[in-house]
Design a protein around this ligand. Sequence first.
Ligand code: HEM
Length: 212
Amino acid sequence: MRKLLTSKWTKVAVFLVSSIPFVQLSWGLLRNDLGINPVETLQHTTGDWTLRFLIFTLAITPLRKTFKLPELIRFRRMLGLFAFFYVVLHFVTYLGPDQSFNLSGMWDDVAKRKFVTVGFAAFVLLIPLAITSTTGWIRRLGGKRWQALHRSIYVCAVLGVIHYYWLVKSDVRKPVFYGVLVGILLLWRVWNAYFRGKGNAPATASTRVTAA
Ligand code: HEM
């Protein structure tokens, strides 16, 4: 297992698998095969994948600690950046085909529709996380500050769930399902912090940087 997780090919495989939704959407767009409402298909697929990648990113720490697989950390940055990649596509689909690149119309919509307000807030919060995701930025900010900044991913995931919950008209099963997953991942952190505080060894500089 460890050999698999440390292989550079596993990283390449994770990258390729994470790109599949993008390839499928691009292929569908090229072939004009995205259903009767292509903009809606783009918006929904990219929104869904943003939330899924946020959840995958948040799942890395609980998985690596529970199963004692520190090597899993190698995939966290990539998964987080894929969340950002899909939210940029999601936003561009909204700004372009939906709002015709009319910025003042977009601001009106952000102010008017509360589900757009929270989605936009989550997007804005993700920007500094994507920018500072490199090792150079970890060094520049210092582990503690970097980690504090990157904790805002918890807020992004919660806002993403609220955004989804508010936009669906009747069947709330999917947003509730995502909400339960995010809830479990956040509660695990509270539980872990409580027990770590109650006697486990304090985090070292290297584990601190990777604790989000
Ligand atoms: C982290 C940020 C975000 C996440 C996680 C997210 C997630 C989602 C999800 C899961 C959906 C529904 C997909 C489905 O129905 O299967 C969605 C739809 C949508 N999102 Fe987002 N979103 C985010 C940011 C944004 C932003 C920044 C905007 C625009 C400013 C936006 C505008 C929309 C719109 C217009 C829809 C479609 C609404 C409809 O069907 O009527 N989202 N989003």
